[in-house]
Design a protein around this ligand. Structure first.
Ligand SMILES: Nc1ncnc2c1ncn2[C@@H]1O[C@H](COP(=O)(O)OP(=O)(O)OP(=O)(O)O)[C@@H](O)[C@H]1O
Ligand SMILES: CC(=O)N[C@H]1[C@@H]2OC[C@@H](O2)[C@@H](O)[C@@H]1O[C@H](C)C(=O)O
Length: 366
């Protein structure tokens, strides 16, 4: 019998997020609906050469629309394969117990308005190398049908949030910030603005550090409210959901902090992030009673504290609900791979603006 026809499937999920800090791998067993059991997660860095090549491409990311990028995709794929093999070994998994691998790949260019999205990953090559079926190209069908192609986390959040005090807002603080508002079966999701991308780039440029650890630099600075207000004038914040962002969309605008000191610049950029999250309340039917925060930005104490002050409701890391914040996105692509082989929707009108609930993903048999 075709093992992919079983009711419950076990899948690995693999993603490298927009901050390109590494490849996250996790494992989920699910029926593709509300029954979800997740295991450990782990993260493996790209080789320095791969990361440098990706960063060089991102600097002129529109090349991803026309160029095949064969070599770079092969490098990314090699690193993904190494990460998966290490995960299987470290977790003492029997490869024969894994039905499927969901491969998000590395987003290098996302322009839903032009019905274009590109994630570097060679799913067929990984299926052949592992002898396990893979699913890749999760966002393509959505974008082709006129959806935003992101965010895709909402259906997984909804599955995890069953039985919880609602409405609840799940916030992912990665490079870009995205939220999922959940009340019962109702789910609304959208990208809200920058999470850490602007702040990361700023501290890298100024201090040569990859990020503002714990938000210490931002906490020591003064917020220039006039610049925050200028940033918030962007019509994006008033646009109703669904909406999605490319990592670099606010970069030019963020240059308004260039005249500031390191600390004030960081404080002001962190305040941009917080205000763009407050603005998210314009686009949900009722204010959430609780915010659960995933992504690396939940470790930024300064951001979390400021969010609590501005939102006036509990803002907690997702661990408070028993979820694994480091592994959530990898679990997501395991869960979506399972939904994909069952032809269940991956996105809804309320999550990506796709005209009707839509499945997606490309199945690559081993
Ligand atoms: N200790 C810390 N203090 C402050 N910020 C941190 C800390 N650890 C991680 N971060 C932030 O989290 C970011 C990485 O978050 P994450 O791994 O969730 O992003 P991503 O998944 O690559 O992005 P996206 O979700 O947009 O695809 C770092 O770039 C940094 O800004
Ligand atoms: C195109 C793309 O890769 N988007 C990512 C990115 O990182 C965060 C945010 O921007 C979100 O829209 C999305 O990822 C998550 C996993 C999602 O689709 O839900």
């Amino acid at each position: 019998m075709d093992r992919l026809r079983q009711d419950s499937l076990t899948a690995l999920g693999v993603i490298s997020g927009t901050s390109m800090d590494g490849i996250d791998v996790s494992i989920v067993t699910s029926d593709g609906r509300d029954a979800v059991r997740f295991g450990a997660g782990a993260s493996y860095p790209y080789r320095d050469e791969t990361r440098a090549a990706l960063q060089a491409l991102i600097a002129q990311a529109e090349r991803a629309m026309t160029e095949p990028l064969v070599e770079l995709e092969a490098e990314v794929t090699t690193d993904h394969l190494a990460a998966i093999r290490r995960f299987i070994a470290e977790q003492h998994l029997d490869p024969a117990s894994i039905d499927l691998v969901g491969l998000h790949g590395q987003t290098v260019y996302h322009r839903p308005q032009q019905r274009f999205t590109r994630q570097l990953i060679d799913g067929p090559a990984i299926a052949a190398a592992l002898g396990i079926a893979t699913v890749d190209r999760f966002r393509h069908a959505d974008v082709e049908a006129g959806g935003e192609g992101a965010p895709f986390a909402p259906l997984y959040h909804r599955a995890l949030a069953q039985g919880m005090e609602q409405p609840v807002m799940v916030l992912n603080l990665g490079g870009v910030a995205n939220v999922t508002w959940i009340e019962g079966e109702e789910v609304i999701a959208f990208d809200t603005g920058p999470a850490s991308a602007l702040l990361d780039d700023f501290v890298l440029r100024r201090l040569g550090r990859p990020y503002d650890a714990d938000g210490a630099l931002a906490a020591s600075g003064r917020i220039h409210e006039d610049l925050v207000a200028a940033f918030m004038e962007n019509p994006f914040f008033d646009r109703p959901a669904p909406k999605s962002l490319d990592r670099n969309e606010f970069h030019r605008r963020a240059q308004i902090v260039e005249p500031l000191s390191d600390a004030d610049g960081a404080a002001t950029l962190a305040a941009f992030t917080v205000e763009s999250l407050v603005a998210a309340l314009r686009h949900v039917p009722r204010a959430p009673r609780r915010w659960l925060v995933g992504g690396g930005g939940r470790l930024n104490h300064h951001l979390m504290q400021r969010l609590r002050t501005r939102l006036g409701v509990p803002v907690e890391p997702v661990e408070a609900a028993g979820w694994d914040g480091d592994a959530l996105e990898a679990q997501l692509f395991a869960y979506l791979a399972i939904r994909s082989v069952k032809s269940l929707p991956l996105s809804l009108p309320g999550t990506t603006g796709v005209p009707r609930p839509l499945t997606g993903g490309r199945l690559n048999r081993a």
